[in-house]
Design a protein. Structure first.
Ligand code: ATP
Ligand code: MG
Length: 191
């Protein structure tokens, strides 16, 4: 089984590259952002809670998020038989530790972490453009600032966490989408 974490700041291209990865490697895509936005659209209790955090650019609390992820994994055992690409999870050290446990309980583990590295100015430009094109409510200048802050404080320490485990593969996330994918495939093919 191939379990890949796609890692990077908001706007680094995790969703875009995940689409290509699932196609080539027949993995199941779990995007926690998509799961939350789907709940917001359907007006569920979880969606109402999540919206309060997302609109402020904050993270959903770890215990809630970890529970959601366990549910998604359990509901998709069949689809996940070749493995999973985790997009947007883990975002904190406790989430990474929980992921380790959850995968171990299911007899598997993280195979690699693909880190999309993009300079901050470009992240902001991409997110503001996406906000204009899609109307995504958290893609505005004010929320972006707090998302980047949260990324630096809570998420970027995961880089060292996974470097320490020998799982981190940095990828230059700027330039042509196909070329970025080629560098990612080059890593995955060697796993
Ligand atoms: P990208 O642009 O690369 O797709 P993103 O950071 O813009 O990434 P999502 O991954 O879609 O966007 O997440 C959107 C929001 O959902 C986050 O800002 C956060 O509030 C919430 N969220 C998503 N995943 C998690 C998580 N693992 N833990 C806590 N909150 C999360
Ligand atoms: Mg995304």
């Amino acid at each position: 089984m191939l379990n890949i974490v796609i890692f990077g700041a908001p706007g680094s291209g995790k969703g875009t590259q995940s689409e290509r990865i699932i196609e080539r490697y027949k993995l199941m895509h779990i995007s926690t952002g998509d799961v939350l936005r789907d709940n917001i659209r359907r007006g569920t209790q979880l969606g109402q809670t999540a919206k309060q955090y997302i609109d402020k650019g904050q993270l959903i609390p770890d215990q809630l998020m970890i529970g959601i992820l366990a549910d998604v994994l359990d509901q998709n055992r069949q689809a996940a038989e070749h493995g999973v690409i985790f997009d947007g999870f883990p975002r904190t050290i406790p989430q990474a530790e929980a992921l380790e446990t959850m995968l171990a309980e299911r007899g598997t583990a993280v195979s690699a972490v693909i880190g999309l590295e993009v300079p901050e100015q470009e992240l902001i430009e991409r997110i503001l453009l996406r906000g204009k094109q899609t109307g995504r409510s958290d893609d505005n200048l004010e929320t972006v600032q707090s998302r980047l802050q949260v990324y630096h404080n809570q998420t970027s320490p995961l880089r060292e966490f996974y470097v320490g485990k020998g799982l981190y593969h940095p990828i230059n996330g700027t330039g042509d989408i196909d070329e970025i994918f080629a560098s990612i495939a080059n890593v995955i093919d060697k796993l």
